[in-house]
Design a protein. Structure first.
Length: 377
């Protein structure tokens, strides 16, 4: 996710890189286990949950809890929410489309498209390829783990003071360049949001258009994802939406703060997209069914590297392969950003998909809902 794993070391704020995953499961027509997992999450302290499933039986949604703790208004199956690092799959899809068109190679160096941007403290864009960005084997430091960034945007006083700041992609990358690489390119794996900020910059360098325009033209509009937007610096959510709540690491025992309004430029192409559960299931089904990429590029996207410490997960190009508790594989991504924690995934054949969102970031795991849908009854 954009927020969780990225900051655990620096701030103990939850922000983990999502890991989801190839094989088909029989559709859970009754969704009893999914309903129970959603209710359990709310009972454990998540303000509210919304989830949508698409399978051969049709589209099904469920909600629990509240979308507004002040008014008690319930969550809606149509809620828009910030999807965090699920953005990464959209970005990787566009770069693979560009490769299919012959406009770049995944083995191009970052320096070819962004001369001199990855430099300093041992960083060298002449040694990092676009592929290494997309599968997180570049070694480039994760800018959200920077102590100063964490204090400013993830601790209580810093966030409340700076939630409307505008940050440019170049500024985010420059922050990462203050740090030495975590390892030499291709020698290890480490989740880094900087990789996908650079990937968005590469899209603009190749096409001459901002990455948001390319995602809109190539993915959002063709699939008619009417609830999906790349907001840029817009601080509000489209309607309908619920409030988003957070407990910063330095105020974890206190009340939750309403963090719905924020400037998502702090996430950029690593995590700024807003969507709905219905749109996310449609997107991942279309992707895995080959509607967005030719067979060769989809195969590249699904070519994974191991995730250290998690033998059940592997990371492809903006796409994660996860083995669930019952042995079923699903492909997708997690996403976390202030006040929002989400998971979206589908079976490899695109027949069975789920997307779920929690409107709180301090408790619960959307992966339990994922496991319930694909492994339960």
């Amino acid at each position: 996710m954009f927020v969780r794993t990225a900051l655990v070391a620096a701030t103990a704020v939850a922000l983990s890189a999502a890991l989801l995953a190839p094989a088909a499961a029989a559709p859970a027509a009754g969704h009893r286990a999914t309903r129970e997992a959603v209710r359990t999450a709310v009972a454990a302290g998540v303000p509210g949950v919304t989830a949508t499933v698409r399978d051969p039986h049709g589209t099904w949604s469920t909600t629990a809890g509240v979308g507004d703790t002040r008014t008690g208004a319930p969550r809606s199956a149509s809620d828009h929410y910030r999807v965090g690092s699920i953005t990464k799959t959209f970005v990787a899809t566009v770069l693979l489309q560009l490769e299919a068109e012959g406009r770049l190679s995944l083995d191009d160096t970052v320096d070819r498209w962004l001369p001199g941007v990855v430099r300093g403290h041992g960083n060298d864009g002449r040694r990092v390829t676009v592929r290494r960005l997309l599968d997180h084997t570049s070694g480039i430091y994760n800018y959200t783990s920077d102590d100063g960034f964490a204090r400013t945007y993830f601790l209580k006083d810093g966030f409340l003071r700076h939630r409307y700041d505008t940050l440019t992609p170049a500024e985010l990358v420059a922050l990462a360049m203050r740090h030495a690489p975590d390892f030499a390119p291709g020698t290890d794996w480490s989740y880094s949001n900087t990789n996908y900020v650079l990937a968005g910059m590469v899209i603009e360098a190749v096409t001459g258009h901002p990455y948001a325009e390319e995602i809109t033209r190539r993915v959002i509009e063709p699939l008619r994802l009417t609830g999906t937007v790349v907001p840029g610096t817009r601080t509000t959510l489209p309607s309908p939406s619920s409030r988003a709540y957070s407990k910063p690491a330095d105020a974890a025992t206190g009340p939750a703060y309403d963090v719905t309004a924020l400037n998502p430029s702090l996430a950029s192409s690593a995590g700024e997209i807003i969507s709905t559960s219905a749109d996310l299931t449609r997107f991942y089904q279309a992707l895995l069914r080959g509607r967005l990429l030719p067979a060769h590029q989809l195969k590249e996207m699904k070519t994974t590297v191991p995730v250290p410490g998690d033998p059940g997960s592997a990371y492809g190009l903006g796409l994660i392969d996860r083995t669930l508790s019952c042995g079923v594989h699903v492909w997708g991504h997690d996403g976390g950003i202030h006040g929002s924690s989400s998971t979206a995934a589908t079976t490899a054949d695109g027949r069975h998909a789920l997307a779920v969102n929690f409107n709180g970031d301090w408790t619960g795991d959307p992966g339990t809902v994922l496991d319930a849908e694909f492994c339960g009854d």
